[in-house]
Design a protein around this ligand. Structure first.
Ligand code: XMP
Length: 525
């Protein structure tokens, strides 16, 4: 179900990563791409015929949370070992290789979790010139106790009698540790030796080659048709738009709907980058009044999201109609979506026939009757940012922290009004400015202000105040699925608090959110 092949001949070297579960496969695929080799995540149910059709230069079997002795335990067709394609098994993948090729995997009762010392016992083509002992990251219960016939064991650890092994004839390799994890010293070298030495891959997957390929693919897909792209101010839609513009120039029209719920400076930045710098045909719809009117009196978070999403669709439809969509050949027939590779893996769909509701544009309906152009669907977020930089997009857009589609609407807890949006936007700008000044902006997954729309009593000068509180929300995260509250330095918190109180009229109190996810979510609504 993961199967989705690259549609260009220009990248010839592909490595398939067989996904045995959890988050391991994704990280492995990223590490391989960091070595400039294109990698793709595939399901264990992939057949030998399907593998042959993709002609990969190598196959990596990922780790996974299960034991090889569980029933059912994820497995691959053992015929893959006879294809003559180099194979690397990591953790569970190494154990599966050992088991399927006649070695022994045992429940030793001595699992290893976390940093572990690896002892070299022989020469390994992947751990070249490693010292007698090295630090690696382990996470296993079972262990390989006997290598299969034809294999050489080259390392051991306290809980893994065979911690590295390979068959020099068939170029099949296994390591019990996780080279994809940063805590494994020299883990990247393991991939580099596998990719370059064992598989003979060429490092052809670069930002420049990604752009060339996608430009060619977009041209081939849309021909002379007109294309529409909804910009949100976020990095994905911005990079997708810039890429499509590079491919088809004036055939592209971008639409930016200013909901009145954007971050400070967002609308200007989009205008500046797209209209002035890239000379892209940009329709800027100033719709704040319509949004505030639609949101008047609404406090339920889900209702707010629905209202904001639906209004976006209505406005988008109006723009599309104005451009002649649905009335013959002149109107746009394609729509650009900033779908990323993790979305493709997660949705498990080979075709992105449906536009996902969580996506930037806020869930456009199927009956908009556009074909989708998805130039980022092969890419991870870090690759999108690198492509954005290569295309010359401004730093502020490329490195902007994620922002929810409904914008400040879900950061004002209670009714959304123009006055509250203005106060929150101002307070948020202070948070972001100070976080940037402290050099923490890129380190943090998100850092922003939230306004619980209650009022509290305070005292300023000689007078009593009755005004809004602002909550500082800052989190670290890898993928937003889980998050930890960021331990911001106290002097930074103090600076933010005092600036907000002094500079933002309507606020008399600042609090810090110290909730992780779970049990909280990153956003407050
Ligand atoms: P939560 O609050 O669920 O958020 O922990 C996880 C990540 O998703 C972002 N988010 C959204 N993004 N539309 C979006 O495009 C939305 O409705 C939405 N809600 C949350 C949030 O900012 C965080 O990065």
């Amino acid at each position: 179900m993961w199967a989705w092949a690259i549609e260009s001949d220009s990248v010839t070297d592909t490595v398939l990563v067989v996904d045995f579960g959890a988050q391991y496969a994704r990280l492995i695929a990223r590490r391989i791409r960091e070595a400039h080799v294109y990698s793709e995540i595939v399901s264990p149910s992939i057949t030998v015929e399907e593998i042959k059709a993709r002609a990969p230069k190598g196959i990596v079997l990922s780790g996974g949370p299960k034991s090889v002795y569980e029933t059912p335990a994820p497995s691959v067709d053992p015929a893959i070992y006879d294809l003559g394609i180099p194979i690397l098994g990591l953790c569970y993948g190494a154990q599966l290789i050992a088991l399927q090729l006649g070695g022994t995997v045992s429940r030793t009762g001595q699992g290893e979790y976390g940093r572990t010392e690896l002892t070299t016992t022989g020469a390994s083509p992947l751990c070249v010139d490693w010292p007698a002992t090295a630090q690696v990251w382990m996470s296993h219960g079972d262990a390989i106790t006997e290598a299969p016939p034809g294999f050489v064991a080259t390392a051991t650890s306290p809980g893994a009698p065979v911690a590295a092994l390979h068959d020099p004839e068939r170029r099949i390799f296994g390591v019990q540790f996780h080279p994809e994890v940063v805590h494994t010293q020299r883990g990247n070298e393991v991939f580099e030796h596998f990719l370059m030495d064992a598989c003979g891959c060429l490092p052809g997957w670069t930002h420049v080659s990604i752009i060339e390929q996608q430009v060619a693919a977009v041209r081939a897909q849309v021909g002379t048709a007109r294309v529409l792209c909804a910009l949100s101010g976020g990095v994905d839609s911005a990079v997708a738009a810039a890429l499509v513009h590079k491919a088809i120039g004036e055939q592209l029209t971008c639409v930016f709907v200013d909901t009145g719920l954007m971050r400070s400076g967002e609308a200007d930045q989009v205008e500046d980058a797209f209209r002035r710098q890239f000379k892209i045909d940009l329709i800027h719809v100033k719709a704040a009044d319509r949004y505030f009117a639609a949101l008047a009196g609404v406090t339920d978070p889900e209702r707010k999201r629905k209202i904001i999403g639906e209004l976006f669709i209505r406005i988008f439809e109006e723009v599309a109609r104005d451009l002649g969509a649905g009335e013959g050949n002149e109107g746009p027939t394609f729509l650009v979506q900033g779908t990323l590779y993790p979305d493709v893996i997660e949705s498990g769909s080979a075709t992105a026939a449906n536009i996902k509701s969580h996506h930037n544009v806020g869930g456009l309906p199927d009956d908009l009757a556009f074909d989708l152009v998805e130039p980022l669907r092969l890419l991870f977020k870090d690759e999108v940012r690198a492509v954005g930089e290569e295309l010359g997009l401004p730093h502020e857009i490329v490195w902007r922290q994620p922002f929810p589609g409904p914008g400040l609407g879900v950061r004002i807890i209670g009714e959304v009004t123009p006055e509250r949006a203005e106060i929150l936007r101002h307070a948020d700008a202070v948070v972001v400015e100070e976080i940037r000044r402290a050099g923490l902006y890129r380190e943090l997954w998100q850092s922003f202000a939230v306004m619980p729309a209650v009022q509290t009593v305070g005292v300023m000068g000689d007078g009593r105040t009755y005004a809004y509180p602002i909550v500082i929300r800052a989190v670290t995260s890898d993928d937003a699925m889980t998050a930890d509250w960021a331990r911001l330095p106290y002097d930074l918190v103090e600076r933010i608090a005092s600036r907000i109180i002094n500079e933002v009229e309507g606020v008399n109190r600042v609090a810090l959110d110290v909730t992780s996810k779970p049990p909280g979510t990153i956003e407050w609504e």
